[in-house]
Write a protein that binds this ligand. Structure first.
Ligand code: MN
Length: 283
């Protein structure tokens, strides 16, 4: 079951080149009351939502996917966690290119740990990316994004992967410069998630996925998740040592070599095997 959010906050079930409007399935979510929960309610209640979708999908209205403006498939994550330099060849390129390291020491992920991106940076593919600081170098980074499905507090490697509900493509857009990552990577629109959620049970081997990013049709990044320095299970162990992971939390697993600049007018095509492809415009 591949789920998207589209148009004016509609919930969609992907079926081939169509999307079925299954928004009414969200009626099973508890009514919101202040203070709002610190997690994403749809992911926290995903089994109920999926059961409701299965019931209504046969009679749901189907729209052409090509005409459906895709939003981030996660609306309200509690936090967006990201892994820096988690591919060996990207570590090498970051250390050798002054435009990437800006005199910062580029430490291994084991030493530097993880960082957080502002939730306000989150958009979907149809919203595009507005370059916030056009005088600064702004780069694309494609990453496998894992969506946490259940509370994970100091979990072990043996159970870590069970805490993932779904996967999607992530773009970690980055202003290069000397500031902290959380500042440079948190501008509005600098976290793109899409095109939809693929349920974890439908992606049994997330550690061996080919993925590729093109800018204006030219390949910039092409890698496989088998080359992660810290794999997905150990990223969850690492993150949950420091804070509790909640349903809907987003884990961006790191980008491989080939990062490069984007500018207004560019078109990014991002694809991960087993998930899908999305196109994102830069303005
Ligand atoms: Mn990144």
């Amino acid at each position: 079951m591949n789920l998207c959010r589209f148009a004016d906050n509609r919930l969609g079930l992907i079926e081939g080149d169509h999307v079925k409007d299954v928004t009414v399935a969200l009626d099973c979510l508890p009514a919101a009351r202040y203070p709002l929960p610190g997690h994403d309610p749809m992911i926290a209640h995903l089994p109920e939502v999926c059961a409701a979708i299965a019931k209504i999908a046969p009679n749901a209205n189907a729209l052409p996917l090509a005409d459906s403006a895709l939003l981030s498939p996660i609306a309200n994550p509690g936090k967006i966690i990201a892994a820096p330099v988690n591919y060996k060849k990207h570590l090498d390129e970051a250390r050798s290119d002054p435009e990437l390291h800006h005199q910062n020491q580029v430490a291994e992920i084991q030493r530097v740990g993880l960082f957080l991106k502002a939730n306000s940076s989150l958009v979907g593919p149809s919203e595009g990316i507005e370059v916030r600081l056009p005088d600064r170098r702004t780069d694309h980074e494609i990453e496998l994004a894992a969506i946490i499905g259940k509370r994970a507090d100091r979990v072990t490697r043996e159970t870590a992967i069970e805490h993932i509900a779904a996967y999607c493509i992530g773009l970690d857009i980055t202003t290069r410069g000397p500031e902290e990552r959380s500042l440079r990577k948190s501008s509005d629109g600098y976290t793109v998630l899409g095109p939809w959620l693929v349920m974890a049970e439908d992606l049994p081997d997330p550690g061996h996925l080919d993925f590729e990013l093109k800018v204006n049709g030219a390949t910039r990044q092409k890698a496989n998740t088998r080359d992660l320095i810290i794999d997905i299970a150990d990223l969850i162990v690492f993150a949950s040592m420091f804070y509790t992971l909640m349903p809907g939390d987003v884990l961006l697993t790191g980008t491989p070599e080939g990062v490069g600049p984007i500018k207004a007018g560019d078109t990014i095509d991002a694809e991960i095997a087993g998930i899908g492809a999305m196109q994102v415009k830069v303005r």
